[in-house]
Design a protein around this ligand. Structure first.
Ligand code: FAD
Length: 246
């Protein structure tokens, strides 16, 4: 099938992109197209206007300071400098294949909001904040608050994701993914106790913390009555912690 016909705009600046996404009608933002293009082809999305962010160079820039790393929304997963975050390096390697990682963007991955998404799971444990901009100004939202469920976010109409800021510089961190038919992944970070985030256990990434592993595992079990899912989540957290200790 082919997409329905739509208007197409390719802005070159963030300001122009914000003006374009504020147009009336159903506006779809195009990043790497890994999810959006199949949706357009299947006509599950029928936008009046597609705004392609591919030429907005400002959205590809990343920046590091003493306590944070900022990845621009149009930075591709394959090109991120993840030296400060070994768990993120490990997680990105497990996403799709190279072609997928080479097209998938930070902003598209956040807005696609895959409940079992590896990038989102690690970012949540690393204290991620999502930065968005609209004609009214920009705002910053903690990632767990931005994620509202499977493929649902707090993004407002006329708003764009400009990037994500990761805050934790914990040296000891680990990532693991378990399961086949149902995949659950976890990121563990040592940061005044243990922080663990889990993807694929519920409709969105969850973040749990405790003074040690047994406290975190108790918290995992309290968040689901399903023994199969709980078993996968506990296994993922244990493996993430083992990876952290290596
Ligand atoms: C075969 C395949 C395998 C995959 N495997 C995995 C996997 O193992 N794990 C995993 O986590 N993910 C996986 N993905 C998802 C993939 O990695 C991308 O995260 C996802 O497809 C989004 O792609 P994209 O960045 O190209 O964004 P697009 O497809 O271009 O956009 C996705 C959505 O985000 C919106 N959007 C994009 N950028 C912005 C922005 N800056 N501001 C506002 N809205 C925006 C779009 O309008 C659209 O609704 C897979 C995808 C495919 C096709």
């Amino acid at each position: 099938m082919k997409p329905v016909s739509f208007e197409y705009l390719a802005p070159r600046t963030i300001a122009q992109a914000v003006a374009d996404v504020s147009e009336s009608g159903d506006v779809a933002v195009l990043a790497g197209g890994q999810s959006l293009l199949p949706e357009l082809n299947a006509r599950t999305r029928r936008p009046d206007l597609v705004v392609d962010l591919g030429r907005v160079a400002e959205l590809r820039t990343s920046a590091t300071d003493d306590t944070t790393v900022f990845y621009g929304a149009m930075a591709r997963l394959s090109e991120l400098d993840t030296n400060a975050f070994p768990a993120l390096t490990a997680a990105i390697r497990t996403i799709g294949d190279f072609e997928i990682r080479n097209r998938s963007t930070v902003g598209g991955t956040i807005v696609y909001a895959n409940p079992a998404g590896q990038f989102l799971t690690v970012a949540a444990a690393l204290g991620a904040q999502v930065v968005t901009v609209a004609s009214t100004g920009s705002r910053t939202t903690e990632l767990p608050d931005f994620l509202r469920g499977a493929h649902k976010t707090a993004l407002r109409s006329g708003e764009l994701v400009t990037g994500v800021r990761l805050r934790a510089f914990a040296r000891r961190q680990g990532f693991a993914i378990v399961g086949r038919h149902r995949r659950v992944c976890a990121c563990a970070v040592e940061n005044d106790g243990l922080v663990a985030s889990i993807g694929g256990m519920r409709q969105t990434t969850i973040v749990l913390s405790g003074s040690d592993l047994s406290e975190v595992i108790d918290a995992v079990r309290q968040r689901t009555a399903d023994p199969y899912v709980s078993g996968l989540a506990v296994a993922a957290v244990r493996r993430a912690v083992e990876g952290m200790l290596r």
